[in-house]
Ligand binder design. Structure first.
Ligand SMILES: Cc1ncc(COP(=O)(O)O)c(C=O)c1O
Length: 309
């Protein structure tokens, strides 16, 4: 029997839409409570886990999902276990511990997922960033908010890792279309790394060119489980995939900082892609800025110090 529980919230969502110039807007997802759009899904996962009487949540990423879930689990007095590869960045491990999570080390990424699944089979709630559908349902509200804030738009630029974000946004716009609130789905510009681009392969049948893009660690997902579904929504919107490298990302970070916007490198990929396409995009464009730079100030400082202005 399901327990009725109040939604577990820290004030996620309803993020500002900032006009940058005529027809160009950014959706400031970096202003969510833990500094990323993942809070939308984390709030739903933790609420869902409470409804089903779970006391422990397990996840296998030290990135934004792990941070968001740890904050929301702390909010509800739930136990949070994050399984990470042995070489996970020390700063992220410290932050997870600060937020009350228990960090479990595994040999590598694959064994981290295996251990998380085993813990789930023993009765913990698995808030997998790759497969839990609530990480699609959360971002659906981004499309609704864009509609409320701006009405119909022509293009939306979204970084793609596991694809929860882009699927949520696409399905949100499809809902608006079904309700007759908009006349067409905006063109989805999906952004991937030049060295890890499964969506680019799926849509164009070409191998990605390679190169350096390690700055965008949040979209390093070589094998997203919903790849066909992601390719379908991008194609259906008449969209495209744009690849970016470290140089593009650093330039975008620097441009954003000059506008007073501090995001993390993975989020800057969307602005980098917009810059590449700028002349081809007709009408209004929303660039989704997914994560805050304030979680990694010292890294950003050294990244930007090397940038020629
Ligand atoms: C800052 C940031 N942007 C974009 C993404 C990509 O989101 P998704 O994995 O839902 O495609 C992530 C994923 O962790 C992220 O951390």
């Amino acid at each position: 029997m399901l327990a009725m529980v109040p939604a577990k919230t820290l004030g996620e969502g309803d993020t500002p839409l900032i006009e940058i110039s005529q027809g160009l807007y950014v959706k400031a997802e970096y202003l969510n409570p833990s500094g990323s759009f993942k809070d939308r899904g984390a709030s739903l996962c933790v609420t869902h886990a409470c409804m089903h009487g779970y006391s422990t949540i397990v996840e296998d990423t030290s990135g934004n999902t792990g941070i968001a879930l740890s904050m929301y689990a702390a909010r509800c007095g739930m136990r949070m276990r994050v399984v990470v590869p042995r070489d996970a960045p020390e700063g992220k491990v410290k932050l997870l511990r600060l937020l009350g999570a228990e960090v479990v080390f595994a040999e590598d990424r694959g064994s981290a997922s295996r251990i998380a699944r085993e813990l789930a089979s023993l009765g913990e709630y698995y808030a997998s960033h790759l497969t839990n559908p609530l990480f699609i349902e959360g971002p659906r509200t981004i499309a609704y908010e864009i509609y409320e804030q701006l009405g119909e738009i022509d293009n939306v630029v979204v970084p793609v890792g596991s694809g929860g974000l882009v699927l949520g946004i696409a399905y949100g716009f499809q809902d608006l279309l079904k309700l007759g609130l908009i006349r067409r789905i905006p063109r989805i510009v999906a952004v991937q790394r030049c060295d890890v681009a499964p969506l680019y392969r799926a849509i164009y049948g070409l191998k990605e060119p390679g190169g350096d893009a390690w700055l965008a660690d949040g979209i390093r997902v070589p094998d997203p489980p919903r790849l066909n579904e992601i390719a379908n929504v991008v194609k259906h919107s008449m969209g495209e995939v744009i690849l970016v490298n470290n140089e593009d990302i650093v330039k975008a970070l620097s441009e954003l900082v000059e506008m007073g916007i501090l995001v993390e490198p993975t989020a800057a990929t969307a602005f980098a892609a917009y810059t590449k396409l700028r002349d081809k995009l007709a009408g209004s464009t929303v660039v989704v800025l997914t994560g805050s730079g304030s979680k990694m100030l010292s890294d950003l400082e050294s990244i930007l110090r090397r940038t020629p202005r």
